[in-house]
Design a protein around this ligand. Sequence first.
Ligand code: NAI
Ligand code: NAD
Ligand code: ISE
Length: 344
Amino acid sequence: MTLKIGVIGTGAIGRDHIRRVTKSLAGAEIIAVTDVNQQAAEAVIEEFNLNATLYKDDVDLIQDSRIEAVFITSWGQAHESSVLKAIEAKKFVFCEKPLATTAEGCMRIVEAEMAYGTPLVQVGFMRRYDNGYKMLKEAIDQNTIGEPLMMHCAHRNAHVAERYSTDMAIHDTLIHEIDVLRWLINDDYVSAQVFYPRKTKHALPHLKDPQMVMLETESGVMINVEIFVNCTYGYDIQCEVVGEEGLLRLPDEAHIQVRKGGQIGKEIGMDWQERFAHAYDVEVQDFIDNVRDKGTVSGPTAWDGYIAAVTADACVKAQTSGVKEIIELAQCPDFYKKVKPAAR
Ligand code: NAI
Ligand code: NAD
Ligand code: ISE
């Protein structure tokens, strides 16, 4: 039996997930799509030759009784409303990050899911499925370098679209580090501070780029993350964990080394589609298999989405205050303590 999926938002990542479900993964089919830009949704049906219904909005799509799971790949601001409607209709949800753009919005989702009674929502924090990050986690869990003390990270995009704003460096970009770093070291954040180095000439006037974020965890680990979204040279994700006994570094993507003309060279990918292609495949297949075969979800939860949002809110506050902002999380409900996601 194939899992019947409806997709809300057929932009860059919506199309990419539709392609992988249709062409590379097994066990699911896209039977409905919608987008506020109806032409984009229509084009995707044509591009992938889908046998899918085009709906005018998320309300109509979610009400389609054939649909068992909803992919929410619209813009971040639109996620909360679609997730809440899907939970109300008792549908499984794969929601791209951020789960919602505010902590209050995430909490409304958490409360709706708990009221339903069993987990329905998985958040698209795909780095937990990346081989490099999985190896880092295994080494940390096995105490290979003793207790982690510091982390040095960088999140670099070659370019961003004109509508990308200074706070999106947090909500849209840093949010991946916010999720994956706490997962790596089993810790939560207590404070955040943001610094602005000299601005690059490649950023538009409205955007502050690059930015440096300092995060501090409950156990005292200090983390610095560089966010640089007009670095021009490629898509580059770095993560180094310094421990009491040694250092761990996230591997780069595998590319052949070329020795030619008196030089040693290696390609750098240009975008997230390529860098995390395998992680997206594993993540989405895991969602399909769990929903279809076990009637549950097992990836990053709505609670993880909430923690990321609270942390992001503090970082956004720190962007304008310039001082260290305190991060205060609500107590994790028993409901989420019982969920044992595969990607943990
Ligand atoms: P996009 O702008 O290419 O596509 C978004 C699409 O959603 C657009 O076609 C837009 O018309 C549609 N849309 C917006 N609001 C809608 C609504 N209320 N109902 C229906 N359609 C709506 O954006 P992109 O890059 O595909 O990002 C979408 C989401 O995916 C974002 O949440 C983003 O953070 C996330 N994302 C995640 C990535 C990852 O690595 N996990 C990578 C890129 C994006
Ligand atoms: P995009 O702008 O290319 O696509 C978004 C699409 O959603 C557009 O087609 C837009 O018309 C549509 N849309 C917006 N609001 C809608 C609504 N209310 N109902 C229906 N459609 C709506 O954006 P994108 O790059 O595909 O990003 C989409 C989401 O994916 C974002 O949340 C983004 O953060 C996330 N994302 C995640 C990753 C990742 O690495 N996990 C990478 C890229 C994007
Ligand atoms: C985008 O939405 C993503 O999620 C990418 O992974 C990230 O690198 C980029 O900065 C975001 O805009």
